[in-house]
Every structure is written in C-alpha cells, then in structure tokens.
Design a protein around this ligand. Structure first.
Ligand code: 4AD
Ligand code: MG
Length: 435
C-alpha cells in the first residue's frame, strides 16, 4: 500500500517504512542528497530526501514512487516531517519544459489549464467546489427535496433569446438549456419539492468577472409556496453550504487568503431590501448606469441592477441581501405579478457580501393560463415551443416557485476570488473552448 502525505505526517509514523506516490513538485539537487517535495494525488506535500545517484535526470512533475523511513525534523517544510528514502521509481519522466511556473501570465495558465490544475491554488479551489456541491446535496437530502435531472437540449428559451446557444438538432433547431426551471415546474406537480444540478449555457458576449458561457446551475422548485418560503429555503441552504464549507475546508480557504470565521457567521435571516429601497439607496449614492443606447445617467426606478449597483449595495454588508420585487419589465415572462403592487414581480435576487452581488434569482411563477399566455405573446415568443409549459396551467395548476443558484458565483464569493474563470476547472468563455 502507498500512503498519502497527510497520513504520514504523524508522530506515530516516525521511524516507520512508508511508500508514497506522487509528482515532483519542487526539486533541489545537492552533491550527495536530492531534496524532493512530492505532491500526492490529493495535493498533499511532503519532503523526501533521496541519494542523488538515485535521482539522476529527475525532473519537475515527473511521477514517482519512493520508499523510505519517516523522520521528524522541524526544519522540513510542509509540517516538519520528511521521508528518508532509498528507493525511487519513476512512472513517467516529465519533459524538462514544464510550462507552469510561479510567475506565469494568466493567459498561459488558462491555455495550459490541464496542467495548471496541479497548482495548490487550483487544487484548493477544486476541493472547495466539491465541498459546496456535497453540502448542497446534503441539505436537500436532509430536508426531503427530491433530486431530478432535466434535458440540456431544449426548444424553449427560459431567460430570453439574447443569450441562447443555437444547435442543429438533426433537421430542426434546438438550444442548449439556459435553466432547468420549466422542467422543474412540471416535475414539482408530481414530485413535490425538487432540485437539480445541471450545466446551463448562456451565449454571454460581455466579458465580465462573473459571467461564464457554461456554468453549474443548482435549481429548486416547490408547489404551494409563497415568496417568503422561497427566501427561507435559500437562506437556509446558502448558510448551510457556507458554514459547512468554512468548517471542513478551512485549510483550503486560508490558502486562498479567505477568512473562514467570516463565513461561519453567515446565518439566517439574511437582510431584505425592496427593489424600491435599493433604488433609493443607489440614487442617494448617485449610482451611474449605462443605458441600452450607451448613455450614462443616474439609476432610476424601473432600471435593472447591474454589477456596479450590486457592488455598491453589498460592499459593506455583513450578511447577504435579498432584493425583493423587481419590475416585471426587467424579469422573464414566467414571473408572477405582485397582486398588491401592479407592474412588479414576486421575485428576489440574493446578493452576496463584499460587493460580490447576485448569486441567486428566484420567485413565484405565473400559474394562471391566461396571464401566462399573454406574457408569452407580449414578448413575441414562439407559442408552439411553450405549449407544453402552458399545459401545466391547463391541468391542475397550483401556486409554485423556486430559484436558481450559480455554483461558480457561490464559490467565487466563498473563496473571495475575483475572476469567475478561476472557480471552475475548465472555464468556457466567449474566447475559450479549450482545453
Ligand atoms: O438569474 P438567472 O438567469 O435565473 C434563472 O435562470 C432562473 N430560471 C433560475 C430559476 O429560478 N430556476 O440565473 C440564476 C443564477 C444567477 O443568479 C447566477 O448565480 C447564475 O445563475 N448565473 C450565471 N453564473 C455564471 N455565468 C453566467 N453567465 C450566469 N448566468 C446566471
Ligand atoms: Mg438573475
């Protein structure tokens, strides 16, 4: 059996013979001895000392196995343990021109992402992603939500036509899914509260630090809920994910220079602002937005919130903020109108602290067949592609709602990483489909 470095680093192992497999992370050759930092297959690192004659020709990132005795030496990097090895076996000798170095440009790191994954930063991010997904799934399981999957190849846009990916589907046109919501709505009428984790696609032309072309979309939908119920689910789910990740991934978070204690304090209830309060706050700060025609002016009632205005709202906040009740005009066709506030939707976006802004959008869906049909017509959408969706209102509709959470947005906030491209192992953007 071969061990990993974390299992080896314990007082009980001192003097024991161990076998370790991994990759040459750093290499320092001296006359008699060669010092190798080995990185195991979970990213753990330990120093190994081998006689230099056994390490002739060894290169950075070669894959190796060593066998030797564990020693305690406070001078040893990575925790004060090392292995004095006499045997070294090479699985794959790496070429000398390994392209990932300490001071590499971001573009090269993206071009060589398949190798850059081996950096400690990327390994930490990948582990945090895994924790986030695990704790999300745990929360839904514990709270009796059923996990479902929805198709990725679809005929109906959910979030408007402008970011649709068109694909040739035999001899007809289809799209890559922007959201599983419409399918979850149909499932919620026979399975109760359901959730899914699916890739969503948006042909985002804008290059921002929070938009990807392909992202992991966690969505949930439930029958007989009101907006407050949907907000409660989100604050519980997000708090559980964040707190558990802070607890179990503190080492990784510290490596990424994030404070796990700050994350541990994220708990319900989150703050709540109405859309109108948000606009007033932003107007008081003279928040400028760019209109569709390219002009700049102070934000006003009726405008959608953009990255800058969301940053302004959340940069000093201590807990996430729900902005509640956006105008119907800035939200998609399926949003239910607030009966007490005409023209406004029963919707909310959740904005994360530290200026990170939107991480979820959700709300109550239009459940009336006539109102929904009118909205579809008003938006000039192709009726035939939505007939199945309208059926849900024809046959036993009930009030229902849900939300969508972008996993990369959440990871970006948790890890305090500026660019969303770094929260996913193989990012897809307008200019990047490889590796
Ligand atoms: O706000 P969005 O577009 O809402 C929906 O798709 C709803 N149909 C979800 C639902 O109610 N089931 O997307 C939801 C979330 C956003 O809040 C954001 O976190 C993330 O998905 N998201 C993106 N993440 C990365 N890159 C993009 N281009 C994203 N677009 C949305
Ligand atoms: Mg949104």
């Amino acid at each position: 059996m071969h061990s990993r470095s974390n299992d080896i680093k314990s007082p009980d192992n001192v003097g024991k013979l161990v076998t370790l497999r991994g990759w040459v992370h750093r290499l320092r050759k001296q006359k008699d001895n060669t010092f190798i930092l080995i990185r195991d297959d979970r990213g753990g690192i330990i120093q190994v000392i081998v006689p230099s004659e056994k390490a002739v020709g060894l290169t950075i990132e070669s894959s190796i196995e060593v066998r030797g005795v564990v020693r305690r030496d406070v001078r040893a990097p990575e925790g004060g343990y090392e292995i004095k090895a006499n045997e070294l076996k090479i699985f794959g000798l790496a070429q000398l021109d390994y392209p990932i170095g300490e001071y590499q440009s971001p573009e090269i790191l993206l071009d060589k992402r398949h190798l850059a994954l081996r950096t400690r930063r990327m390994i930490a991010i990948a582990k945090i992603r895994a924790f986030v997904l695990k704790f999300a799934r745990d929360w839904f399981t514990e709270n009796d939500w059923i996990e479902v999957t929805a198709p990725i190849i679809v005929k109906s846009a959910v979030e408007g036509g402008s970011t649709l990916f068109r694909i040739k589907y035999f001899d007809q046109e289809a799209f890559l899914s922007q959201s599983a919501q419409l399918y979850l709505e149909s499932m919620t009428f026979c399975l109760g509260p359901v959730w899914s984790l699916t890739p969503s696609f948006r042909a985002e032309k804008s290059r921002t630090v929070r938009h990807l072309v392909e992202f992991s979309h966690l969505e949930a939908e439930a029958p007989w809920v009101n907006l407050e119920d949907i907000l409660n689910v989100q604050e519980q789910l997000v708090s559980a994910i964040v707190q558990n990740t802070a607890k179990h991934a503190s080492e990784e978070l510290v490596l990424l220079k994030t404070d796990p204690n700050e994350l541990r304090r994220i708990e319900p209830p989150f703050d709540r602002l109405t859309y109108l309060q948000a606009i007033e706050t932003l107007r008081a700060k003279d928040c400028i937005i760019k209109t569709e025609s390219g002009d700049q002016r102070t934000i006003q009632n009726g405008d959608d919130l953009n990255i800058d205005s969301e940053r302004e709202l959340t940069k000093d906040s201590r807990r996430p903020i729900f902005v509640i009740g956006y105008p119907l005009a800035v939200k998609p066709f399926y949003v239910k109108e607030d009966p007490l506030n005409k023209g406004m939707g029963l919707v909310a976006d959740l904005l994360a602290t530290r200026g990170f802004g939107e991480i979820t959008s959700g709300g109550i869906r239009e459940d009336d067949v006539n109102a929904l049909t009118k909205r579809i017509e008003k938006e000039n959408m192709d009726r035939s592609s939505y007939d199945w969706y309208i059926d849900l209102r024809r046959y036993g509709s009930v009030p229902h709602g849900g939300f969508g959470l972008g996993i990369e947005r959440l990871v970006r906030w948790i890890t305090n990483i500026k660019d969303i491209k770094d929260t996913v192992l193989f990012p897809r953007t307008m200019s990047r489909v490889t590796p």
